[in-house]
Design a protein around this ligand. Structure first.
Ligand SMILES: C[C@@](CO)(OP(=O)(O)O)[C@H](O)COP(=O)(O)OP(=O)(O)OC[C@H]1O[C@@H](n2ccc(N)nc2=O)[C@H](O)[C@@H]1O
Ligand SMILES: Nc1ncnc2c1ncn2[C@@H]1O[C@H](COP(=O)(O)OP(=O)(O)O)[C@@H](O)[C@H]1O
Length: 281
């Protein structure tokens, strides 16, 4: 059984911005996978909402009501609960750290109290929360409310790399030069292996990459460093950045690439990962 308190990193392998609603939210078409690196959330008895944050990425994470973990408990109408969040993912990094934490809080509270999940599957907490609640490979569309699980993907390894620059999502959406771009093909192929998968992904886009690179030029450096690692099949930015990912045929190759990149950039956040799915094992 998957651990409901595990909050895996979300990776947008593609991110097409296909329009904008009247309320300003953007319509997306994104292939989303999860990585087996992430934050760890646990609950403890408390007579009031309480949050303790620890771990290598805890600095700067809010511990007040603005933390998405406490907002998730509020959305389920639960006050008397304490949370311990062990933070491993960088914040404001395009890998949905806060959204995945919120989703883990919803899963844990549903499991421990029997309370129903919110009807909107957490959308009002953040556009990425419904896909993080599913925590399995999916095609995400609408503003994030439409989550269609994908059939099985070929095996691959990933490296996630963040140059330690935080990029606010709203600023990148605001800097888009074009908001009406083509979606992915309606029918997704059945990829034979990691190479075929990466080749197809290479024909798709992350429409936020250009504006994010304008805001944070370190993203361009990250992409070229990833692209130069042995065995890299594809290097691209996730979400609104600044985290970028590279795909490899195997986890062993990804691990070697992460090790060589860490030697070049010991100050970056770098992780090798395998794909994660809540419905596996
Ligand atoms: C861009 C994406 C792609 O997966 O990922 P991240 O870069 O955040 O990881 C998500 O859509 C981000 O989801 P999330 O971070 O939950 O967004 P929210 O908190 O709801 O909104 C943050 C800001 O982005 C804008 N926003 C968000 C989602 C969307 N479909 N259109 C938008 O215009 C909102 O207007 C808001 O100013
Ligand atoms: N549990 C949380 N972990 C990290 N950041 C959080 C959390 N809850 C709220 N935040 C706030 O949300 C902002 C966006 O964080 P995050 O969800 O990690 O980024 P992104 O939207 O790029 O995926 C942070 O700058 C932080 O102030």
């Amino acid at each position: 059984m998957a651990d409901p308190g595990f909050a895996p990193a979300k990776v947008n392998l593609t991110l097409h911005v296909t329009g904008r609603r009247d309320d300003g939210y953007h319509l997306l078409d994104s292939l989303v996978v999860f990585a087996d690196v992430g934050d760890l959330l646990d609950t403890f008895p408390s007579d009031r909402p309480t949050l303790r944050v620890s771990g290598p990425m805890a600095v700067g994470v809010p511990v007040d009501d603005s933390n998405l973990v406490l907002r998730a408990a509020q959305a389920m109408g639960i006050d008397a609960v304490g949370f311990h969040l062990e933070k491993h993912l960088p914040a404001a990094a395009g890998i949905g750290g806060g959204s995945s934490d919120a989703a883990a809080a919803l899963r844990l509270l549903a499991e421990t109290t029997g309370a129903p999940l919110p009807g909107d599957r957490g959308l009002s907490l953040g556009a990425d929360v419904p896909v993080c609640l599913a925590a399995r490979p999916a095609r995400m569309s609408g503003i994030g409310e439409q989550v269609d699980p994908l059939p099985s993907l070929p095996p691959f390894g990933m490296v996630l790399a963040n140059p330690r620059v935080s990029v606010p999502t709203g600023a990148v959406f605001g800097a888009l030069s074009s908001r009406d771009n083509a979606p992915m093909p309606a029918r997704l192929p059945d990829w034979a292996d990691a190479r075929a998968f990466a080749r197809w992904l290479g024909e798709q886009r992350n429409d936020m990459e250009g504006p994010a690179r304008g805001i944070a030029p370190a993203i361009g450096v990250t992409l070229s460093r990833l692209g130069a690692t042995d065995g890299c099949l594809l290097a691209r930015m996730s979400g609104s950045g600044a985290t970028c990912f590279a795909l490899y045929e195997t986890l062993t190759e990804a691990q070697a690439a992460a090790d060589s990149l860490t030697k070049l950039h010991p100050d970056w956040w770098i992780a090798a990962a395998a794909p994660y799915s809540a419905d596996a094992g």
